[in-house]
Design a protein around this ligand. Structure first.
Ligand SMILES: [Zn+2]
Length: 265
């Protein structure tokens, strides 16, 4: 769905733009907000390197470590109903996502890649696409490789991928969505908007991709009532364009007047 699929992108826009207009979390934010066209470039082109990287990581792991996994595990796992497999995949994948995401915040070299995603200053469905390919390949591979090694069926993995994509867009969307007590179980827009807040009390919180209770278990959840952030972004001096942002993590640190590269929350 990510890979140069203009029709899917147009349909996604036709779904999310009206919902964002009707139920805006930040009503003053424009459709053509800051960096809109840069994020559009991500949405169109970024899927290709990401797909290549994830396919390579999965192929490498299944052809090496995968040979050590007994066959009966795969046949047992894939014989379960698809809906049950999808629930299991969400749980397994999100534990991997949480750990990888947390590492991208904690390790200064990795943070330089992830800071590109956190440079979003106005969140919406399109902003979800602004992710450095290295960040996305490593995070998604960490979450998906165990799923492939365990032998989940292709329909279950395909359905999971659709749900994950829709959930990621929803969480970044400029949408006010109250899911009540479920917000302690499932990641909501409020949950992920706080992850993007440039407000000190929210630094290094809400790492989960889909299941907010993982953050509750690890003590990293931040959901202050119905409050939503005032400010998004990072203090790091992230350049404004796609190509510059791809190069940014590998540039010598002294080349820009940037603030400290990590958040010391
Ligand atoms: Zn993050």
């Amino acid at each position: 769905m990510d890979v140069l699929d203009f029709k899917a992108l147009l349909i996604t826009a036709l779904i999310f733009v009206p919902i964002e207009r009707l139920f805006a979390l930040h009503p003053a934010q424009k459709i053509l907000r800051k960096a809109f066209f840069n994020d559009l470039i991500y949405a169109v082109f970024n899927g290709v390197p990401i797909a290549i990287g994830i396919i390579a990581a999965v192929a490498l792991s299944t052809s090496t470590v995968g040979r050590l996994v007994p066959d009966y595990i795969g046949s047992t796992v894939s014989s379960q109903p698809v809906w049950l497999q999808v629930i299991e995949i969400i749980l397994i994948a999100d534990i991997g996502f949480y750990l990888a995401h947390r590492a991208f915040h904690a390790v200064p070299f990795l943070w330089r890649f992830h800071a590109v995603h956190h440079s979003i200053e106005e969140l919406d469905w399109l902003a979800a696409h602004r992710i450095h390919p290295i960040d996305q390949i490593l995070t998604k591979s960490t979450s998906l490789v165990p799923v492939y090694l365990l032998g989940f069926s292709s329909p279950a993995i395909g359905l999971f991928a659709l749900i994950f994509h829709a959930h990621a867009l929803l969480q970044h969307a400029n949408i006010k969505l109250n899911i009540g007590p479920l917000r302690w179980l499932i990641a909501s827009p409020q949950f992920h908007h706080w992850h993007h807040a440039n407000e000190r009390e929210a630094y290094d919180k809400n790492f989960a991709g889909q299941l907010s209770f993982i953050d509750a278990l690890f003590g990293t959840i931040y959901l202050p009532g119905k409050a939503v952030p005032e400010r998004y972004g990072v203090d790091d001096a992230i350049p404004p364009t796609y190509v510059e942002q791809l190069a940014y993590p590998l540039m010598p640190k002294g080349q820009s007047n940037e603030a400290p590269a990590t958040r010391d929350a």
